[in-house]
Design a protein around this ligand. Structure first.
Ligand code: PLP
Length: 383
């Protein structure tokens, strides 16, 4: 039977609110337009062609991905401009060439002269042109070369000299923006991110090498940058769905959360004044990102079947593989949550939560009571 409403679904299931998604997409598109840069939506979170179709338009054509599996999937659906935004390893080059043979361009990133040489050495062996960017570290201390280091021009020269490479520019990612707690901090970090990318691009140009792409991005910095002079594009991903953590670091509000996990109340412990739901660690993830922010929501914030947040303190405090534990908070009584009652849990870190599912059950809170399923969208998982 085709499910018609959230009452028809097995639990746990992943629910996507299309109206909230659309609003989130508009907010980021407006921020990029205001700063005069292209938006390159990062589809590492959504991993869905249906979501991509909602993001892409005449102005927004290119995407970023975090796995080659995503690159293959989106290329097979006709997307032609893809950035694989994780450092490439030489063993993946044949797979990249196979995707490009189908007509898509897959820009690669590296922060390593040895890898740049390995790409150049594939000349004559792998029949494709590799588009390669240099990853710059703007302070996250994860990957990338420092913007003012000699490695920037060293790698650029290797790539530029290689007959099988089209040197594509520089990119950086201020992932440490998730550590910011105020608008001022995010704005300052956005400027650090911008400067890192622009400084590296200028070093490349000073070496006589064209630097087409100057790519920055994380949801907080792309949304709140005061200006992006010298930058060509902003990548962002989690903004599409939002999560409780992003709401606490000012990327969105709790009203904007587009993803929730549909779950059933599965047991009562009146002696301990808690219930359990059938969404545990595998259904919600064990990410605890709100632990050190303004309001710790444990492993998720509880909403009712229509997605309305019941009480700010009604949260999943413990998870086991298939159990989530919800203690009653002030004003809530176990008897109001009979076994079988359907709830929707808003996750802490949505990227980790959605990764466990193969589809989105789509509802639309702007239509009716928001519990009718208006579409089922598939996701691609794996590497
Ligand atoms: C290289 C890179 N760019 C962009 C992003 C998007 O960041 P966000 O999800 O905060 O928008 C990520 C996220 O992991 C990333 O690793």
């Amino acid at each position: 039977m085709t499910p018609k409403t959230l009452y028809d679904l097995p639990t746990p299931s992943l629910v996507l609110d299309r109206a909230k998604l659309a609003r989130n997409l508009r907010r980021m598109a407006d921020a990029c337009a205001r700063n005069g840069v292209a938006l390159r939506p990062h589809l590492k979170t959504a991993k869905s062609i249906d979501v991509a179709r909602m993001v892409l338009n005449d102005e927004t054509q290119g995407i970023a991905v975090s796995t080659l599996c995503e690159a293959e999937y989106f290329a097979s659906h006709g997307i032609r401009d893809i950035q694989y935004a994780v450092c490439i390893t030489p063993d993946k080059l044949e797979r990249v060439a196979a995707i490009q043979a189908g007509g898509a361009k897959v820009a690669l990133i590296t922060d390593n002269a040895g890898v740049a040489r390995a790409i150049a050495d594939a000349n004559g062996r792998i029949d494709t042109t590799f588009y390669v960017q240099i990853e710059i570290d703007c302070g996250e201390n994860r990957t990338g070369v420092l913007p003012d280091s000699d490695q920037v021009t060293e790698i650029a020269r290797i790539l530029d000299a290689a007959p099988n490479v089209d040197f594509d520019g520089v990119m950086t990612h201020a992932g440490h923006s998730y550590g910011c707690r105020s608008l001022e901090e995010i704005e300052a970090l956005a400027e650090t991110e911008r400067l890192a990318a622009v400084t590296a691009a200028e070093a490349v140009r000073a070496a006589g090498i064209d630097c087409r792409t100057v790519s920055i991005g994380s949801t907080p910095t792309a949304l709140h940058a005061r200006h992006l002079d010298g930058v060509t594009e902003a990548r962002a991903g989690v903004y599409m769905f939002g999560d409780v953590f992003q709401a606490q670091i000012l990327s969105c509000t709790l009203d904007d959360l587009a993803i929730s996990v549909l779950t059933d109340v599965s047991s009562h412990r009146p002696d301990l004044n808690h219930l359990t739901v059938d969404a545990g660690a595998l259904a919600l993830s064990k990410d605890r990102s709100t632990e050190n922010v303004s309001n710790d929501v444990g492993f998720g914030l509880v909403g009712d079947i229509a997605g309305k947040i019941v009480a700010p303190q009604l949260i999943v405090t413990r998870v086991y593989q298939e159990h989530g534990l919800v203690p009653m908070c002030e004003g809530q009584r176990l008897e109001d949550y009979p076994i079988g009652r359907r709830l929707r849990i808003y996750p802490n870190h949505v990227c980790m939560t959605v990764a466990m599912y193969d589809r989105y059950y789509v509802v639309d809170s702007d239509e009716g009571n928001g519990t009718d399923i208006v579409a089922v969208w598939s996701r691609v998982n794996g590497w």
